[in-house]
Design a protein around this ligand. Structure first.
Ligand SMILES: [Mg+2]
Ligand SMILES: [Zn+2]
Length: 177
């Protein structure tokens, strides 16, 4: 039996998707978005995280599914393109957890609720949250990180009052890690 210590423990970079890795749009505009538009520095930043030993998990609120702006198959198709494009750049995404619900559903997964990370912890019990980080652009990302006690980095300057480090894009994470 191997000890499940040290190197066996997984450190994860939990990444928000829209507005963090790729361009975000007003909700209604998502109907017509077919290809992911990677933000400046995001490919380099993800590569850096990977080289630093972080495995990457995307956690994303997609309430526009329940709102009827896109359907689930549209989400999967688009997201697969994104995963593929990252793979072509040598970046592998360990997994994606998404919430399709709007507030009416009163689900447990819409960030800042903890369901997406709870699900990740069930699927990957070796995740070490104390070594993991969360990067996002929204208040819900900052609040989720706080609830889970995960170090948070914001790519949105207006969140600096949320007691987190500001990075102007993902590539600047190298200033901290
Ligand atoms: Mg976002
Ligand atoms: Zn949900």
């Amino acid at each position: 039996m191997k000890e499940t210590k040290g190197i066996d423990n997984m450190k994860i970079a939990f990444l928000d998707r829209d507005g963090t890795i790729i361009e975000d749009y007003p909700d209604k505009d998502w109907t017509n978005v077919k290809y992911p538009d990677f933000l400046e520095g995001s490919i380099d930043g993800l590569s850096y995280l990977q080289n630093k030993g972080y495995q990457i998990i995307i956690i994303t609120n997609q309430y526009i599914i329940q709102d009827g702006i896109i359907d689930e198959s549209q989400f999967f198709e688009f997201h697969q393109l994104l995963i593929k494009e990252l793979e072509n750049k040598g970046i592998s995404i360990l997994d994606t957890f998404y919430c399709p619900h709007n507030d009416q559903a009163q689900c447990q997964c819409k960030k800042p609720k903890t369901g997406l990370i709870d699900a990740a912890l069930i699927r990957y019990p070796k995740i070490d949250l104390s070594k993991s980080i969360l990067i996002g652009d929204s208040e819900c990302d900052a609040d989720l990180a706080a609830r889970m006690n995960i170090s948070f980095y914001s790519v949105n300057k207006s969140l600096v009052n949320k007691s987190c480090a500001y990075i102007k894009n993902l590539n600047d994470i190298r200033d901290y890690l």
